[in-house]
Structure formats: C-alpha cells, structure tokens
Design a protein. Structure first.
Length: 203
C-alpha cells in the first residue's frame, strides 16, 4: 500500500535541492527556453524575469526574528516539499524566503519538484480547484502530512479572488499589482505565514 501514496521515498529522493533548482533556472535562461511544452516567447520571458526576482530575494530577502525563533524549535527531521515552475511569478517571489527559512535548521530537508511533471501530487493540493503554485507540504519521515502552505501570501490571494469575482478581470493588471505588492512588502507577510506553517509542525 505504501508505494501507492503520491508522496513517497522515491519522489523525495528524485526531487531537487534548492541549489539544483537554481541551476536549472539559470540554464533555462541561458538557453532561452523554459520548462514544459509551451516554449512561447512570453513563457521564456517570464522565466527570465522570474530568475531575476529569485536572485534579488536571495540577495536581499530577510526573515523576521519571530520566524527565526520558531525555526530554532524544530528538533526532529521534517521534509518541506515544494511544487514549482521557473516561469511562475509567485514561485520566484516566495521560494527564496522558504529556502532561507529551511537553511536556518538542519532538521529541515527542502525538496523541490516541478508541478507539470508531478500532476498526481499537484492534484492532491489544489487551490479552489486550480493547480496554483508554489505549494508546500511539510512531512515527517513517514511521509505523514504535518502542514501545508501556498500558493501565495493571503493578501495576494485575496487580491486575485477579488479580481476574479469581477466581470472585467484583467490578469495582466492583477499581475502588475501583485508584483508591486511583493516588492513593497519585502517578505514580511510570508515570514509571518511561514511562522504559522512551522508552528503547525511543532504541535
């Protein structure tokens, strides 16, 4: 029965480290391509732009002291599995903070998988019926789910839901607003949400 579970030892073993994901993203940008079947100019440009965002937050992103304190209390092994794609703006804005949090405690094993290569996992963690990413699942070493987070901070999620509820929803306008919010918020909200995420694992 164990092998029928969508998240198992083999999946975690085959998953990427953050460093491997970073190198994949860099390679895609260098080769002017992206992941998946859609190799349009738009998707390739999103990949380039989001790699820049990823690098920016690795360089400048900071976690708050409350989160650092909570992370220090994780005293047993835990897996953080994150579903991503390099063309996704929400991934680029949030994954660096997840990485920085995981780096603060050696008990946390951050593993990364591509959404479109792992739809059987993604479809267990839909948001309002959609395959929204990033989606993070915390697991113990028996692959029991401890907590989930994603696909974006609650403020951005509310912005999206409000936009979709209107008759003239403009995704491009929402995207500009969302990325402006990320730039101004500087990781404060995801720090707070990660603090709650870690707190769930300590219960």
């Amino acid at each position: 029965m164990e092998e029928l579970r969508v998240i198992n030892e083999q999946l975690i073993k085959n998953a990427m480290s953050f460093e491997e994901y970073f190198e994949l993203s860099k390679k895609l940008v260098d080769e002017k391509r992206t992941t998946g079947q859609n190799q349009s100019e738009g998707m390739i440009e999103y990949t380039r732009l989001n790699f820049s965002r990823l690098k920016k937050w690795i360089r400048t992103g900071e976690l708050d002291d409350k989160l650092k304190s909570t992370l220090s209390k994780v005293d047993s092994s835990v897996i953080w599995l994150v579903l991503v794609e390099p063309w996704c703006g929400d991934v680029a804005q949030n994954l660096p903070f997840i990485y920085k949090a995981a780096e603060l405690n050696s008990n946390i094993n951050l593993r990364i998988i591509l959404r479109d290569e792992n739809l059987e996992v993604m479809d267990e963690y839909l948001t309002s019926g959609g395959r929204s990413i990033p989606k993070m699942i915390a697991l113990d070493n028996d692959f029991k789910e401890l907590a989930t987070w994603g696909p974006r901070p609650k403020t951005v999620q509310r912005m999206l839901e409000k936009g979709k509820a209107s008759d003239d929803f403009d995704y491009q306008a929402f995207s500009i607003s969302a990325h402006t919010w990320y730039a101004q918020n500087k990781g404060k909200e995801i720090s707070a949400e990660l603090n709650d995420f870690v707190g769930e694992q300590l219960k």
